[in-house]
Design a protein around this ligand. Structure first.
Ligand code: COA
Ligand code: AMP
Length: 628
């Protein structure tokens, strides 16, 4: 069957398409129908089913005789450790940990925050929550205490599961002091914390802390608890226009059905084969493609704790692909830009046998044509750009390689997948002509597994996604579709920027800058960066009469963002200006500032501040009358 037939088949009978896909899932009670639209524009899929995510990701593979197959390969160049966990071992470990949580009173619907580095125990914690119907919310380790506190207050977890530390190439990141200070800042207090002690740093335990093994001692393994199809399996916070992150809700049944469908049809792997997504469990890619989808589909997943370069060098990815016989590999373009910078001719790859690899999949940010062409030429496999978001949880547009390998057009994420009717709209909500730029919107309903709502915030769901273009989901991205239906993603339409594949809100950074006592007004924009795609650049106007050194203030605001948001913000560029460019009605002209900054040759600063670049931007602004 051609992809066109599959897509048209979905379009002519969407519910039939998804009911058929649902046959791949083991239901406790199968759904009576696919779509619930009685509360439109809020939609639910497979709502009346009873099912358990952990059963489908773990237990059923053991029952079907695949218990000896490797479920998780852990490969950590940062700690020089490797391990393999079979499906049988995973089942025992998850059931035992879930038993420990249940014995402490965690039950269906309770929220549990997971603050873990890239170790197999992060997946065990996620699956254990799913096993007993608890709703997990994983927080990325590169966020600071304040960001963790915001998520604690929104999700109101009964427990927090944390590692004792993360490992970065140049430092050990102690999680426990961050966790303690987050709990101190938050209004909501968890009943207890579970601490996974890593030998790299043993945390001191306080009165509400229980050690990982001690939690399980004397408790019984927990069985899989049936939950309804619309029960949230997790909440994942992501950046929006304002500083407060949005809690994307992931419904159990649709998530199982849709993720299973993607593994063969998009990523072209068969059960038993090794699939690797080099991301982090703190991001949606990690949720969907390190943890859930490969396991639901019966693949082997790789938990990689390392960086593409420097640990030890730019050949790490090739070594992992060869050593573990990876068949499909998924990462962010920024990782390839880093490898290309260190090994521009691709000499290192020639030392490895990567014959087993079928394709490279890139997502998370715009894949620049140079990087795609380079990856294709040195790796000798197809490179598929694909586009999706935390909100959808899986591909909106991609190359359906398991159905039909569509010709790659460099710069395009290829075509919309079944479930997604993607349109390009002008400001008035009218569809534009092929090739013309506009807002990318998706005709409602969104397919199974996508967000039904935002946690505790249905009004924000309406306002953020469903109001601008009635009948459509507003993606927040701008782009075009060509005559062949190929989609080109160009930029965001809101104040979200993408730094090294990490989604950040400029509004959140502005909130931090505005809190500096000498800052009267500020603006943050994203500027192009060769390595990270974009970098945040801050402009601050000082209070009248402030005569402190500008350099000191710049360093202080940079330090504040690192402390309040975390190192992941990569906020290292800021300058003091006289005033900000504004419209007559007082709106800050961020786009004007971004185009001035983008016209300057930009490089990621090697040091905390790069006065040469800032001076150039300042003088460009000055020529327009905005800076001193
Ligand atoms: N815990 C603590 N700190 C972290 C962290 C973590 N889990 N992850 C990153 N950081 C820190 C880094 O150490 C760095 O600190 P520094 O300012 O002291 O150098 C800072 O946050 C910025 O990190 P990052 O921008 O990620 O740069 P990096 O050099 O650490 O890594 C990449 C570069 C390309 C490997 C990384 O950005 C990456 O993997 N990006 C892909 C993201 C992704 O998977 N997105 C999902 C779509 S696939
Ligand atoms: P996140 O929710 O963190 O996955 O970020 C989603 C956003 O990243 C999208 O809305 C896009 O702005 C951007 N993005 C993701 N994948 C791509 C891609 N393949 N091409 C361009 N931008 C992308």
């Amino acid at each position: 069957m051609s992809f066109k037939d599959v897509y048209e088949g979905w379009k002519s009978n969407p519910e039939g398409f998804w009911m058929k896909a649902a046959e791949s899932i083991d239901w406790i009670k199968p759904p009576s129908k696919a779509l619930w639209d009685d509360d439109a524009p809020f939609y639910e899929w497979f709502k009346d089913a009873k099912v358990n995510t952990c059963y489908n990701a773990v237990d059923r593979h053991v029952i079907s005789g695949c218990g000896d197959q490797i479920a998780i390969i852990y490969d950590s160049p940062l700690t020089n450790k490797k391990s393999k966990t079979t499906y049988s071992e995973l089942k025992s470990q998850v059931a035992a940990f879930a038993g420990g949580l249940a014995a402490k009173g965690i039950t269906v619907g309770d929220r549990v925050i997971i603050y873990m580095p890239m170790v197999p125990e992060a997946l065990i914690a996620m699956l254990a929550c799913a096993r007993i119907g608890a709703i997990h919310s994983v927080v990325f380790g590169g966020f600071a205490a304040n960001e963790l506190a915001v998520r604690i207050d929104d999700a109101t977890p009964k427990a927090i599961i944390s590692g004792s530390c993360g490992v970065e190439p140049d430092r050990i990141v102690e999680y426990k002091p961050l966790l303690d200070s987050a709990i101190e800042i938050a209004h909501h207090k968890p009943e207890f914390n579970v601490i996974f002690q890593r030998p790299e740093c043993i945390a001191d335990l306080g009165t509400i802390d229980v050690e990982w093994n001690a939690l399980q001692a004397g408790t019984k393994p927990a069985p899989c608890v049936p939950v309804s199809g619309d029960h949230p399996v997790y909440i994942l916070y992501t950046s929006g226009t304002t500083g407060a992150p949005k809690g994307v809700v992931r419904p159990t049944a649709g998530h199982l059905v849709a993720l299973h469908w993607t593994m063969k049809n998009i990523y072209n792997v068969n059960p038993g084969e090794v699939f690797w997504a080099a991301s982090d469990v703190g991001w949606v890619v990690g949720h969907s493609y390190i943890c859930y989808a490969p396991l639901i589909h019966g693949n082997t997943t790789v938990v990689f704790e390392g960086k593409p370069v420097g640990t030890p060098d730019a050949s790490t990815f090739w070594r992992v692909i060869q050593e573990h016989n990876v068949r499909s590999f998924f990462t962010a373009p920024t990782a390839f830009r880093a490898i290309k910078r260190d090994d521009p001719t691709g000499a290192m790859i020639k030392k490895f046998d990567m014959a087993g690899l079928r394709a490279l999949y890139l997502a998370g940010e715009r894949a620049d044509p140079d990087t795609i062409a380079w990856a294709q030429s040195v790796m000798g496999v197809p490179v598929y750009d694909h586009w999706w978001q935390t909100e959808t949880g899986y591909t909106i547009a991609g190359n359906p390689a398991g159905i039909e390998k569509m010709p790659v057009k460099i710069g395009s994420a290829t075509v919309a997948m079944p479930g997604y009717d993607v349109r390009i709209l002008d400001e008035g909500g009218q569809q534009v002509k092929p090739g013309e730029l506009g807002s990318i919107a998706i005709k409602l309903p969104l397919p199974p597994g996508t967000l039904p709502t935002l946690w505790n915030a249905p009004e924000r769901m309406l306002k953020s996604y469903l109001t601008t273009f009635p009948g459509y989901y507003e993606t927040g991205d701008a782009g075009s579709i060509d005559n062949d239906g190929y989609l080109y993603i160009m930029s965001r339409t809101d104040d979200v920027i993408n730094v090294a594949g990490h989604r950040l809100s400029t509004g959140a950074i502005e909130e931090v800058l505005a809190n500096h006592p000498d800052v009267a007004e500020c603006a943050v924009i994203g500027v192009a960066d060769e390595l990270k795609g974009q970098l945040p650049l801050g402009f601050v106007c000082l209070n009248n009469g402030c005569n402190r050194s500008q350099a000191d203030i710049v360093l202080e605001v940079i330090g504040l963002v690192r402390k309040k948001i975390g190192p992941v913000a990569a906020f290292k560029l800021a300058c003091v200006v006289d005033r900000l460019p504004k419209t007559r009605s007082g709106k800050i002209l961020r786009a004007t500032m971004a185009s001035i900054a983008d016209s300057k040759p930009f490089k990621a600063p090697a040091t905390i501040d790069d006065p040469i670049i800032l001076d150039e931007i300042r003088s460009a602004l000055q020529s327009l009358g905005f800076a001193k």
